[in-house]
Structure formats: C-alpha cells, structure tokens
Design a binder for this molecule. Structure first.
Ligand SMILES: Cc1cc2nc3c(=O)[nH]c(=O)nc-3n(C[C@H](O)[C@H](O)[C@H](O)COP(=O)(O)OP(=O)(O)OC[C@H]3O[C@@H](n4cnc5c(N)ncnc54)[C@H](O)[C@@H]3O)c2cc1C
Length: 454
C-alpha cells in the first residue's frame, strides 16, 4: 500500500467511518440463490448479512452444527465497523460477549509489550513494560464459541445444512454450480462462496489442485493455546499482567495473553519458531504436554513460565500455516468465489484475520444486495469486483503478519531487538489495518460494480 493511500485512509478514519448507502434501501427481489460452503466467522457473518438483505442464501457446513473452538479471538476497529455494516446484531453480539482490559487506565491499550526474558524484581510480580500499543478500541477479545453462539441466533436454523462436507464443485452448462458432498448427496446454486477456511476445497476448485496456492504452507511457527481461570493467573503473574493484554517478546518465541469471558478467564497463546518441518500437513494440530511448552520457553523469565504452568497438562499444539508463500492468483472464477481464510489465510500475529473475514462479508453482502444485481448473469461481475477490491488488502495482511510475528521474536531484519523500531513498525502496520473505512470501501465497490454491469 502506498504512503499516499495510507495517509488518505488515516484521514478518512479521523472523519469517521462512512455509512454504506445500500443497507437502508428496500431490496428488489433476487432471481438467484447463493450457497456458502463453511459456517465459521466468514460464512456465518456473510449469511447473516445476506439473510437480512433478503438475498436467498444457504450454508453447507461439514460439522453437525455451528461451532468454534474454545479459544479467544480479538478484534480491531476495522472489524467492528465491518460487523456494523454486515448487520447491527453481529456488533451487538460482539458487545455482549466482548471483554476488554480490566484496568480503567488500560482501556485504550491493545497490548503492553514486555521483554519476556526478564524476571520481575525480587518480591514482586509486576514487570517493567517496554512499550504499549494503543488503539481506539483497546483490547477487545471474545471467547470464540460464545460469540458464535450469539451470532447463530441472528438467522433461522433452516438456513444451514449440516453434515455436508463438500468434496467437489462443477459449473453446469446452465451456469449453475453443483456441489457434491461426501455423504453422496448433491446441491446446486447460482453461485458458491467458499468460506471453508485455510484448507479450502473451493480454493482448489478455483486454482486447480496442482497449483501451489491450492494448499497452505507451514510458517515454521507453532502455538500452544490455553484458557485458564483468571484467579489463578492473578496469583501467578499479578493483577496488571493477568487482567490486561500482554505480549511477552523473546528470541524465536512470544507469548500473548488477554482476558476473555468478561475477565473470568485468561487466554494464553505461546508461539515458537522452529526450523523443523511440520510432521503432517493434513493435520494442523498435534498433541503435546505442558512440559513441552515449558521446555520450549525454558530460557524465558519467571512470569512467562508461571503462565505456561497454568495450562492443561495435555495440550494441543497448533501449526501456523498461511497462504503467504503462494498467494492465490484470483479470489474467483466464474460464479465461484472465495472469502475469509479460504482466500487469504494468515498467521495470527496482527490479530486481524477474523476481522478481515468480516470485512469480506461486508463487501460481498453489499455487492450482492445492490439493486443492479438481480439475475444470475450479474453474479460474475460481483465476484470480479470483490476480487479487485479485496485481494490487495487480504494478501498484504498475510505478508505483514509474518513480518510482525518475526518482530515480536526479535528476528526481523534491520529491527532485531530494537524496541523503538518494533514499536514504530507495529504502529504503522496496525494503522493500515485499523484506520480503514469499511463503509467507504463498500460504496466504492458498488460504484465499480455498476460500471461493470453497464
Ligand atoms: C492461533 C490463532 C489465533 C488467532 N487469533 C486471531 C485474533 O485474535 N483475531 C483475528 O481477527 N483473527 C485471529 N486468527 C485468525 C482467525 O481465527 C481466522 O482468520 C478466522 O477464524 C477464519 O474464519 P473462516 O470462517 O474463514 O474459516 P474457519 O474458521 O476455518 O471456518 C471454516 C468453516 O468451514 C467448514 N468447512 C471446511 N471445509 C469444508 C467442506 N469441505 N465442506 C463444508 N464445510 C467445510 C469448517 O467446518 C468451518 O466451520 C487466529 C488464528 C489462529 C490460528
């Protein structure tokens, strides 16, 4: 993104986000139906946004019900804007389950950054904070499963077909797209939007199974994740570090923590970089022991070790894969389109992957609901426009996230352990993510769509 663009984004943000003009209008009836494959954050927010704009939509989800893992996810200001564009209820659901830093003085703090190798002074748990990164939203974390439970209430149950693991897609001669599922059944729609996550089958259908972007790549980082009772966390590291979001930096590893469940629980994610390959790229998690985490972080200070000691004796390790090595050449082909992680799966170091999924949903919903989109033949132009508007930002995030993860681990070239440089780099990049006018992007996209449909 050019410096000029960045400045204009910051300026736009200062003037307040734009209201997309579509959401207030009565919609004309649509002569098409949309299928969404996958009901995670991308699929569900898109389905809610379409349903409430009277765009006919069905979700096909492989699981027996909607569900998310029991872990935390935090959102940045752009994500909150996108929630409001999709549907006010998505934002209200977020507000109901959202947890911010507990201390009033830290309401605007996104993360306090600490030298993870340091011990606190003798007799204390309080540790010197190297620098703090702030934002208009501060830290806003939710328990994934709680958030999803709230969002599910915004659509009727019969919008989804469960136990439908899609295995292939074909475009029929009449233009409809046919989906074949592992249970032997089929379904068709005028367009299919793949919200089927990092290992997307829809992506394979678009780029071809032989194309390198069909598969995500291991970033050589993995993460231990834990949710621990806040009372124990306070005993372990003191109130300041337990009740407010912290990033413990270190060589080839970093540990982030933020409160969820209205401050009752601490979310812990401990990342480690390794030169070894991930044993099985078909499985993104593997079983581990708490001792493995303690061994990985043995050179770190007592606060980091005390946090890791609180995690379950049996842990899952999550491999961090992304689409950074081989970005997809296109987000769409004909009437098949990608959204969310299926299009731009990123490592989580900016804490913005899910936020960009919701941005995607906002733009797609606004385009599909546009009054000039009526017939199935209009849908390819929608996806062409979506691709043109969203590809650069989605793929920038993937690269930037890799870089910023390395900054936290003192591995970034020309930056190393220089905290002033790390702080400056985070602020610049977080600005690009957060100071973004989602409504304006939607309006711009609709203008482009109108030109295409003329
Ligand atoms: C450790 C970690 C921490 C993170 N922290 C943050 C954070 O703090 N903030 C943030 O913004 N982002 C974060 N992210 C990124 C965020 O989790 C993802 O960007 C987001 O969850 C992706 O949502 P999605 O709906 O695109 O994909 P997914 O959540 O993967 O959902 C895909 C859905 O599709 C279904 N599906 C898959 N294949 C098929 C098929 N063949 N047929 C039918 N259904 C199928 C799946 O069952 C699933 O329901 C983090 C990621 C990780 C790994």
């Amino acid at each position: 993104m050019s410096g000029g663009n960045r400045l204009s984004l910051i300026r736009d943000h200062l003037q307040g986000p734009t209201q997309p003009s579509n959401t207030v209008k009565m919609q004309k009836q649509k002569n098409f139906e949309i299928a969404i494959v996958g009901g995670g954050i991308a699929g569900l927010t898109l389905a809610i946004a379409l349903y409430h704009r009277q765009v006919p939509v069905t979700i096909y989800e492989q699981a027996p019900q909607f569900g998310e893992i029991g872990a935390g996810v935090s959102f940045t200001p752009n994500a909150v804007q996108a929630m409001k564009v999709c549907h006010r209820g998505i934002y209200e659901a977020f507000e109901r389950v959202c947890t911010r830093n507990v201390w009033p003085s830290k309401q605007k703090v996104w993360f306090d950054y600490l030298d993870g190798l340091r011990d606190p002074p003798p007799g204390s748990k309080a540790q010197e904070i190297a620098f703090s990164i702030t934002s208009s939203l501060g830290q806003s974390g939710v328990h994934r499963a709680r958030y999803l439970d709230e969002m599910v209430k915004l659509v009727p149950q019969d919008i989804a077909r469960f136990g439908k693991k899609m295995k292939s897609l074909t475009e029929d001669s009449d233009g409809r797209v046919r989906m074949e599922f592992e249970d032997g059944t089929t379904a068709s729609a005028d367009a299919v939007i793949g919200c089927d996550g990092i290992k997307s089958i829809v992506r394979q259908a678009i780029v071809g199974r032989e194309h390198p972007s069909a598969y995500p790549v291991y970033t050589h980082k993995y993460a231990y994740r834990g949710l621990v009772p806040m009372t124990q966390a306070v005993d372990a590291v003191g109130e300041e570090l337990a009740q407010n979001a912290c990033m413990h930096m270190g060589p080839n590893g970093h540990v982030l923590t933020f409160p969820v469940n209205h401050g009752q629980t601490l979310n812990i994610v401990a990342f480690r970089t390794s030169s070894e390959d991930w044993p099985d790229s078909n499985r993104l998690t593997k079983a581990a022991k708490r001792e493995d985490a303690l061994l990985d972080f043995r050179e770190y200070g007592s606060n980091v070790l005390n946090l890791l000691k609180l995690t379950n004796p049996d842990l899952d390790v999550w491999a961090i894969f992304d689409l950074g090595e081989h970005p997809v050449p296109t987000f769409y082909k004909g009437r098949i389109c990608l959204s969310g992680d299926a299009a731009h799966a990123t490592s989580p170091h900016h804490g913005a992957g899910a936020g960009l999924c919701i941005e995607d949903s906002a733009v797609l919903a606004e385009l599909l609901a546009d009054e000039c989109v009526i017939e199935p033949q209009d849908l390819e132009a929608v996806f062409e426009t979506f691709n043109a508007e969203r590809k650069e930002r989605g793929q920038w995030l993937v690269q930037s996230s890799r870089h910023i993860g390395d900054c936290y681990e003192w591995r970034a070239q020309g930056i190393g352990r220089d905290f002033a440089k790390i702080e400056a780099d985070i602020n610049t990049r977080n600005g690009i993510i957060a100071n973004f006018d989602v409504g304006k992007m939607c309006n711009q996209a609709r203008e482009e769509l109108k030109k295409r449909l003329k």
